[in-house]
Design a protein around this ligand. Structure first.
Ligand code: P6P
Length: 336
């Protein structure tokens, strides 16, 4: 008989390992789980409901908001505000951080940074999308007003991070600092089941993920690495395979399981890189390090060590199998 361990059971088992765990993080995760289930439902009928297409407004990035972006942001915001353990959030869809003071969450111990629906431009073409979240303990005193400093913490201070991928199946993958575990949603019984325990990324891989349409604008070291990936050398399993979905969560998840490297370098359009440090790069960097991988913004610049200055700041991201990221760093060191 197959043993099914649900996300809820897993979290409780993890909590019993920490006697001082107060259950607040458990409560926080249950709100993320709830919002993920609701989003699973809406995304899987998006083609049918009238919530397809853009909402017409632009978000802080100047990107046209898909209606599901707006919906996802509201769902996660409401779910996170309900439990009293989160005092505020910062979201890709919100210009400023949002406090939950009106729901008496002043004593909430945590702040959450979130990209509620990353890759949402893929929804209209039925390509998988994701939610990315990052959790910190607040630095301001309990009971006081939330401050921007609560959100501008370096990634190594995260206490948990994860993503939900709404793909051929819906999965929740997260870490609280003791490895990475993946849970697949079974909509017939409405639970996330442990399907990928203790995920580890292969030290090497043969998949590279980058938008090569920007190639001419990449730094020379990145260009040289891409050519390295394309060279014929059977001793190092090259040429590698190019796989780019255009949805960070999807590209990251595939590379986590199969091995590989995802690159979003600087370019003329994005001189600081496109991805946002606080709610895209930091959570993915936390996860990949927990899975034995590496995440850098450039040679020797660990993503998790970057001191944030603004909520929506961008940074380059090179993340994946440690040997592949290391090889890229060699090219950046030599060629810039
Ligand atoms: P480009 C989606 O907009 C996103 O933030 C990531 O999910 C994805 O990896 C990247 O941008 C795609 O960007 O410039 O290649 O379309």
């Amino acid at each position: 008989m197959e043993i099914i361990k649900t996300l809820g059971e897993f979290i409780i088992d993890q909590q019993t390992e920490y006697p001082d765990a107060s259950g607040e993080l458990t409560s926080l995760f249950s709100s993320i789980r709830l919002a993920a289930k609701i989003l699973h439902r809406e995304i899987n009928k998006a083609g049918l409901a009238d919530i397809m297409g853009s909402a017409g407004e632009d978000n802080v990035q100047g990107e046209q908001q898909q209606k599901l972006d707006v919906y996802a942001n509201e769902r996660f915001k409401n779910a996170l505000a309900q439990r009293g353990v989160v005092c505020g959030i910062a979201s890709e869809e919100e210009e400023e951080f949002v406090t939950f003071e009106e729901t008496k969450n002043l004593d909430g111990k945590y702040v959450v940074l979130i990209d509620p629906l990353d890759g949402s431009s893929n929804i209209d073409v039925n390509v998988s999308v994701g939610t990315i979240f990052s959790i910190y303990r607040r630095v301001s005193p309990l009971g006081s007003h939330v401050t921007e400093e609560d959100f501008l913490q370096p990634g190594h201070k995260q206490i948990a991070a994860g993503y939900v991928i709404y793909g051929s199946s819906t999965m929740l993958v997260y870490s609280t600092g003791n490895g990475v575990n993946g849970f697949t949603y079974d909509p017939t019984i409405g639970v996330f089941c442990l399907s990928h325990p203790n995920l580890k990324i292969p030290a090497d891989g043969n998949i590279y993920s980058v938008n090569e349409g920007n190639y001419i604008h990449f730094p020379d070291g990145v260009k040289k690495y891409i050519k390295y990936c394309q060279e014929e050398d059977t001793t190092t399993n090259r040429p590698y395979t190019s796989r780019y979905i255009g949805s960070l969560v999807s590209d990251f998840h595939r590379n986590l399981i199969k091995g590989g490297i995802y690159l979003y370098p600087t370019s003329s359009r994005y001189p600081n890189g496109k991805l946002r440090l606080l709610y895209e790069c930091n959570p993915m960097a936390y996860l990949i390090e927990q899975a034995g991988g590496t995440a850098v913004a450039t040679t020797g610049q660990r993503i998790l060590d970057i001191e944030p200055t603004t909520l929506h700041q961008r940074c380059p991201l090179f993340v994946g199998s440690p040997n592949m990221v290391g090889k890229l760093e060699e090219f950046i060191t030599e060629f810039g």
